[in-house]
Ligand binder design. Structure first.
Ligand code: A3P
Length: 296
């Protein structure tokens, strides 16, 4: 099946990631200069990887020589859970240039201890539940991620989603874990929203750069560096690159399946008002006094 309850923590994990996650929890040693991107699937992983990689490496590669032009962002910023998994072809952790950037879909409470304890930084990005659900549903269909445990009918997948059953679900708990961690320690964790990024990428490029300790100089800003990085990492640019139009990321997962529409509010084309209401009610109940709200 694609999702199994695990770790006694009420988190649903894809079977194929079960061992990699356990292994990384045991063996991964964070360094204080590491940057860890944490995301619920389908909430902006690809985008945040492209942006953070470009910001941190802007003095290594010029924009027109960026490795992003010829590589899927997921190969430039490895998933943490894969890097320590002995059965996969992994980048050598020692040889990754500093600062190392990793991404992971793990909930805050199951991150390897050394991430929480070392001085490394965490950037979290979340997305409203309706668009995340629709994006994930298409991802399953596009990549034919089907087996006995995964229904392909929208209604059924939706019902499971509302019960919290989705890779790395429950959706709301994922967000709340990082939200609360950020309230406790804003120096450690930057909490972003996909919808805010869509509204204004450049100001977030600046914010990410400052957060990870790579602030832009006045000269860089005057030269339009913020805008150049925003454009390089834009949905339109990445989607249309040859490398992202063909080939596979891993297994049956197509590079192209990471670039579908890239919009806010596409849920309206796929979900009924009753479905939206169910999710909105759930969200209200779950987020109650947290102060966390979404733009739909
Ligand atoms: P849609 O399916 O709504 O289009 P992830 O990267 O976490 O897997 O999330 C994938 C979602 O982010 C998809 O949403 C995809 O189209 C969108 N996306 C990918 N690259 C993007 C970019 N550069 N800018 C904005 N959205 C992007």
């Amino acid at each position: 099946g694609i999702v199994v309850p695990s770790l006694g923590e009420g988190i649903w994990l894809p079977v194929m990631l079960f061992r990699p996650i356990l292994t990384s929890r045991k063996h991964f040693k964070a360094e204080s200069t590491d940057i860890i991107l944490t995301i619920m699937p389908k909430s902006g992983t690809t985008w945040l990887k492209a942006l953070t990689f470009s910001i941190a490496n802007r003095n290594v590669f010029s924009i027109d020589q960026s490795p992003l032009l010829t590589s899927n962002p997921h190969t430039l910023v490895p998933f943490l859970e894969y890097t320590v998994y002995p059965d996969l072809e992994n980048p050598e952790l020692e040889n990754i240039p500093r600062p190392r950037i990793f991404s992971t879909h793990m909930h805050f409470k199951i991150l390897p201890d050394s991430i929480r304890e070392s001085g490394c930084r965490i950037i979290y990005i979340c997305r409203n539940p309706l668009d995340q659900f629709v994006s994930h549903y298409h991802f399953i269909l596009q990549n034919k991620i089907e087996n006995d445990a995964v229904p392909l009918e929208l209604d059924e997948v939706f019902d499971m989603f509302c019960q919290g059953i989705q890779p790395f679900g429950p959706f709301w708990d994922h967000m709340l874990g990082y939200w609360n961690a950020q309230l406790k320690n804003p120096q450690k964790l930057l909490f972003l929203k996909y919808e805010d990024l869509k509204q204004d990428v450049s100001s977030h490029v600046k914010q990410i750069a400052e957060f990870i300790g790579f602030p832009f100089s006045a000269e860089e800003e005057n030269q339009g560096m913020l805008e150049q990085i925003s454009r390089l990492c834009s949905f339109e640019n990445l989607k249309n690159l040859k490398v992202n139009k063909s080939g596979y990321f891993i297994g049956s997962i197509k590079n192209s399946s990471f670039f579908r529409k890239g919009e806010v509010g596409d849920w309206i084309n796929h979900l009924t008002p009753a479905m939206a209401e169910r999710v909105n009610n759930l969200t209200e109940t779950k987020f109650q006094s947290s102060g966390l709200v979404f733009k739909m």
